[in-house]
Design a protein around this ligand. Structure first.
Ligand SMILES: C[S@@+](CC[C@H](N)C(=O)[O-])C[C@H]1O[C@@H](n2cnc3c(N)ncnc32)[C@H](O)[C@@H]1O
Length: 254
């Protein structure tokens, strides 16, 4: 019987892959991968590795989760090393936990290879520290995906006193989220950053306020991270500092 590795591929920049991820990807016989996995990451696979795309298209899974679970069990019976490759960290909003449980229930050996989550790495690449002495001593990572029907909705009031909020999958509902946060007692002038396609060459940052997002939300395209909190004000200073460092490096090596 084979073994399944639930592997985090990081947020996009292939240099943020862990050494362990590179090793298990290069040893894999089968890789089942998600939408945001870049070609550079898949290039670490063996030439004869079977690559199977199981990502989402337009918010819908091309292959339902139950089918993905079954495929993992099936390939574990036909191949030795199976990699389930997910963006960021497999246990941060990646349904990795569900897959691990399913494998456990079916007696399939598995191992989790944590990845660099977009939750903190994307703000970092944009020059936003999630904590900062004297400004933010706590942060929370929340799904902004509208949970309807039987699924429980996020209780935004519970986050009123957390300094920095990092919202994943929140682009579509950004206006409603901003309204809910103001109703929950957050200051309307609190700054908000949206970072699209973070850590890639297409990274773009949009700075706004809760009031503006609630009334006239800026254009933002998914995938993006929404950061709410005073730390967003540090963004321009830190980005400028990083630019200066690049210039100093250039000058030093010139
Ligand atoms: C299903 S969640 C998976 C999160 C992933 N497991 C992680 O740890 O980063 C997908 C969401 O993560 C965020 N995301 C992932 N990669 C991103 C990136 N490179 N830039 C901006 N947001 C990203 C977006 O909010 C996207 O809708």
């Amino acid at each position: 019987m084979g073994k399944v590795y639930l592997v985090g591929a990081g947020p996009g920049d292939p240099e943020l892959l862990t050494l362990k991820a590179v090793r298990v990807i290069s040893e894999a016989d089968v890789i089942l991968y998600d939408r945001l996995i870049g070609e550079e990451v898949l290039n670490f696979a063996k030439p004869d590795c079977k690559l199977i795309y199981v990502g989402k298209e337009d918010g819908k899974h091309t292959i339902p989760q139950e089918e993905i679970n079954k495929l993992l069990v099936y390939y574990a019976s036909t191949h030795r090393n199976i990699v389930r490759l997910k963006g960021g960290d497999p246990f941060v909003f990646g349904r990795g936990g569900e897959e691990a449980l399913y494998l456990k229930e079916h007696g399939i050996p598995y191992e989790v290879v944590p990845g660099v989550s977009s939750a903190y790495s994307v703000p970092a690449y944009a020059g936003i520290p999630l904590t900062f002495r004297g400004i933010a001593s706590s942060f929370a990572v929340i799904t902004g995906h509208e949970c309807t029907g039987k699924e429980k909705r996020v209780n935004w009031r519970a986050f009123g006193s957390i300094d920095t909020l990092v919202i994943l999958m929140g682009v579509k509902n950004r206006q409603r989220i901003a309204k809910e946060l103001i109703e929950a007692g957050r200051v309307p002038d609190e700054p908000v950053a949206f970072i699209e396609r973070g850590t890639t060459n297409e990274q773009r940052t949009v700075i706004s306020t809760l009031r503006e997002v609630a009334s006239n939300p800026p254009e933002v395209k998914p995938p993006a991270i929404m950061v709410v909190g005073e730390v967003v004000r540090l963004q321009s200073d830190i980005s400028q500092l990083l630019e200066n460092v690049k210039n100093y490096e250039g000058a030093y090596h010139a």
